[in-house]
Design a protein around this ligand. Sequence first.
Ligand code: HEC
Ligand code: HEC
Ligand code: HEC
Ligand code: HEC
Length: 148
Amino acid sequence: MARGKFITCLSIGVLLVFSVALLVFAADPPEKITLKPALWPTPTKTPVEFTHKKHSEEYKVACDQCHHVYQDGKNTWKQGDAVKKCEECHTEATIQGEKKLPPDQQKLNLKLAFHNDCQGCHQKLKKENAESKAPVICAGCHPGAKTE
Ligand code: HEC
Ligand code: HEC
Ligand code: HEC
Ligand code: HEC
């Protein structure tokens, strides 16, 4: 009886591991993404080469740290769900004086979405550990850009 239950639990466990592996495989994220949003036809900085795979695998950043769909203020996006481009929702395109926009517009500003997400985490890491190699200066993400 107890042995039967144990075997049942074991099989369910094995099945679970397989389905999770399948799910990860199905939504295999790309290695690298050149971030060049169409919302900015004339960008002022060099486009950012984002090491997508490294961030999720090597740096172990959870998918839902960057991907979200908000419902009643809660992120309901789960791994395996469709991924929209950031600019499909963050449609506010201002790239100068964006921090002076009203709060509601700032939330949907594309530049702030990227900078708050990327720089926000890197700055936090740098604060916790000065040795962190997560770039916080402009040229660390926009290659060839002046370090401001
Ligand atoms: C941690 C990475 C990161 C850092 C550091 C960073 N940026 Fe960005 N920035 C991005 C990403 C990602 C985008 C959106 C994708 C793109 O435009 O290539 C972006 C977009 C921009 C844009 C809007 C698009 C354009 O080219 O006009 C400007 C302006 C900009 N950044 C300026 C800066 C300046 C100035 C600094 C330094 C004070 C800086 N960024 C530092 C990641 C970063
Ligand atoms: C550190 C932030 C970050 C993490 C962590 C992250 N992603 Fe992404 N992901 C992005 C960005 C940024 C894009 C590009 C969005 C855009 O082009 O506007 C993207 C794009 C994608 C795309 C679309 C790719 C394409 O070529 O159209 C998929 C699918 C995706 N991510 C899945 C995942 C999954 C699954 C995970 C977790 C295993 C994950 N992402 C973790 C930031 C992240
Ligand atoms: C399906 C629509 C949608 C997509 C796609 C989306 N966002 Fe958002 N995002 C939102 C909404 C709506 C909010 C505001 C939530 C709130 O009211 O607090 C938000 C908030 C944010 C915030 C916090 C607000 C701030 O500026 O501090 C960041 C950062 C952010 N998004 C970054 C991103 C990035 C980076 C991507 C692409 C990888 C992305 N978002 C894709 C809808 C989206
Ligand atoms: C939740 C945390 C987190 C977020 C969000 C995040 N990063 Fe990072 N990033 C890291 C860590 C951790 C490293 C590695 C630091 C080290 O090696 O010490 C890193 C390293 C990097 C590097 C240098 C090494 C490499 O792999 O290229 C670049 C460039 C970079 N990130 C760009 C971005 C961009 C662009 C975004 C937004 C789309 C982003 N990061 C979002 C945590 C984050």
